[in-house]
Design a binder for this molecule. Structure first.
Ligand code: PMV
Length: 317
């Protein structure tokens, strides 16, 4: 096979991964649960080369992280030739969506298939974890559950079958002019918060409660749990003992206030945020266009994309 191409979609965690018990292997302190989105994805092609090289959206990129990741694959799967990796990110650049999730999921799938391997999704998930924790969940369509596990063998995600839930996510792009703090760095600081132990305790019951809410197609409960979990995560950043910080900007707060107002008006609208200022609003599919229009009216400069549950990893030759 001269080249192999795989596509993986990005995912948004409803119950977040925010802390590592092993930073080398990306073993998380808690399990997490996500929804893969249809709108945002990465397509990656690999072919043999004389050195490991990375091209993102047509531009040469720093291959250090990918190189480290490929060396991990070589250690596990046996040595293989250097790879030229070309990735196309279909994620709006200002969106700050976790493109590392779709990127490492697509790369793991493309590289292993290129080697002639046809590995189960859970093995791909375990391997993708070493590139980026959230990538564990991007192999799967719809909802996915990443079991924290206790070691490299037991920490990976699985698809979480649910009834057909009419869920939509509005992705509100707030350009992040503030200095970026990587998720690894953010997690390290958050773990110094005096509230960190409480976060782990709460995440443990929230993950069970979220599964029950999904099985019951109870979108209000899904939204409540996701918002509580996300705001508690961001509160850890603000209360960190070591270099406390926030990803929020004034516009983040404006959008959060609007979400609250929409809720008071009787709509299903709950917010979740990752390692950046952008807000994702969880709602019922029937209400998504109305909420988008409200956002446009109040904050006309912000781009808002309506996303739905997306597919798992796919290949083309
Ligand atoms: O996969 P990483 O290392 O980029 O971490 C992702 C962290 C969050 O997006 C904030 C939460 C999550 O579970 O995806």
């Amino acid at each position: 096979m001269t080249k192999t191409t795989a596509t993986a979609h990005t995912n948004i965690a409803l119950i977040k991964y925010w802390g590592k018990k092993d930073a080398q292997l990306n073993l998380p302190t808690t399990s997490s649960l996500s929804l893969t989105l249809d709108e945002f994805y990465t397509t990656t092609t690999v072919k043999n080369s004389n050195i490991d090289q990375l091209i993102i959206n047509g531009q040469m990129a720093d291959p250090t992280r990918v190189h480290h990741f490929l060396d991990g694959l070589r250690a596990e799967l046996g040595d293989f030739s250097p790879l030229l990796i070309s990735s196309q990110n279909h994620v709006p650049t200002a969106a700050g969506l976790a493109s590392s999730a779709s990127a490492f999921a697509a790369l793991t799938a493309a590289a292993t298939r290129h080697l002639g391997l046809d590995l189960p999704l859970t093995t791909l998930s375990r391997l993708a974890r070493r590139g980026s924790g959230s990538a564990t969940r991007s192999l799967f369509g719809g909802f996915a559950l990443w079991q924290a596990g206790t070691n490299d063998q037991t920490s990976y995600a699985n698809a979480l079958p649910t009834p057909n839930i009419p869920i939509s996510l509005l992705v509100v792009e707030i350009s992040g002019l503030q200095k970026k703090i990587s998720s690894s760095e953010g997690m390290q600081r958050a773990m110094t918060s005096p509230n960190y132990e409480q976060w782990v305790h709460d995440a443990n019951w929230q993950i069970t409660a979220m599964q029950a809410a999904l099985q019951a197609s109870d979108l209000t409960r899904v939204g409540q749990l996701a918002e509580d979990n996300a705001l508690a995560m961001h509160a850890l950043n603000l209360s960190a003992k070591d270099r406390r910080f926030t990803y929020f900007t004034p516009q983040t707060i404006q959008v959060l206030d609007l979400v609250k107002k929409l809720r008071q008006a009787g709509l299903i609208a709950y917010a979740t945020l990752d390692a950046g200022p952008n807000v994702k609003i969880i709602t019922h599919s029937d209400q998504a266009a109305y909420i988008q229009a409200q956002l446009h009216q109040e904050l006309p400069k912000l781009r808002v994309t309506i996303a739905h549950p997306g597919p798992g990893v796919s290949y083309e030759q």
